[in-house]
Design a protein. Sequence first.
Length: 461
Amino acid sequence: MRTLIVGGDAAGMTAASHLRRARPDDEVVVVERGPHTSYSMCGIPFYVGGEIADADDLVVLPPEKVRERGIDLRLGWEATAVDADRRRVVLRDDRGSETSEGYDALLLATGAHPVTPPVEGLAEHAHVLRTLEEGQALRAHLDAGGAQRVCVVGAGYIGLELAEALVTRGIEAVLVDIADQPMTTLEPEMGAHVAAALERFGVELRLGETVERVEGDGTTPHKVLTDAGEILADTVVVATGSRPNRALASSAGCGIGDSGGVAVDERLRTSVDGVWAAGDVVESVDLVGGLRRNVQLGTHANKQGRIAAIDIAARLGGRPAGEATFPGLVTTAVTKVCDWEIARTGLTEAECDEAGLSTVGVSFTGTATAGYLPDPGTVHVTMRAERGTGRIVGGQLVGTGCSGAVAKRIDVLATWCQLGVTVDQAQLLDLSYAPPFGGVWDLLQVGARKLARALDRPIQL
């Protein structure tokens, strides 16, 4: 039996490795259009900033190790079409040659591609930061002294981390975004804390501005024009997010969800028999609001790749279904920008409204450690709970001087959101305590207590 996997990063390579172990006599073929396999895209801003010396350090499983496992890896080949009836995939190499490969099972792990706004001059003059090769090109440009002032278009996770990396290297960084706040996945008040931290660090913010044109001399941009004025810069980087690479799935006849990702069931099966999809290309169930979302994170991609492989192995082995399923997600994320840790999980107020949930929210500021210790840090907290049920549906933390306290707490809060823990239950959970890690009332339990009062719940400690 033969499994063909398109995409050699997180989901694809996780699936390939599992299938090689589960069905050692089968063929496992991985097609990857780029030169790398299994690398950390999240680490690229740290490589560009010089914190990571060698790009190879970001590669988890290099091609030679993949082949040592008995996986037939085809680098430099792009899958262009799927004939699901004949179970064949058309491939084109980087020299334009075409061929086709058959399969018994097909896994689409095609990831996502950068969204470049349709702005005059942007495609010609800007660097894009999505793949490891693009990170290497930008790093080489910076190392060659080709940048003194860089305009970063897009104030999401990658844009913020890149702006920090540039300032750390002694390069002026201007961050421009159409939104009125950085990180629109945060509540506005939390976004304001992030903006203040960036400005204190030395990043120039141009928020609420639309880029209209990039002017350059040859290949060197020197002016970014927005609807509010101009930004002088010798380098421009686009970090405006990405969309699922769904063209191949569409050619196979796979259903596409409202989020723009490929629609799959809990075993990562598409609507086409014999075709699975996993990773950044798919949409998943939001367990809090019940909506379908395309969430692009390596954590989900690795889990989904493994679950898809378990189901593929079961199907190829004559069993009706694999035992593992992917339940969904609660959109948990964490990052570090400047000296601030930033994390979110569950739904924002706007997302609750979208899902039709009636909720209340609380916001407050506490310390990362016991308040009587030197430099106890600062943590801004917002939490939200559903009226009637009292279940906790989301929350965010932005803190400094935390030593990982924000990351630890967002994981606890994510668990509450995924399991439907109520504010009554949360107040009495047995959480860890020691002065170097927080107060005797954990910040999350303080939030749960405030929510209980706002909801007029039975337990109001």
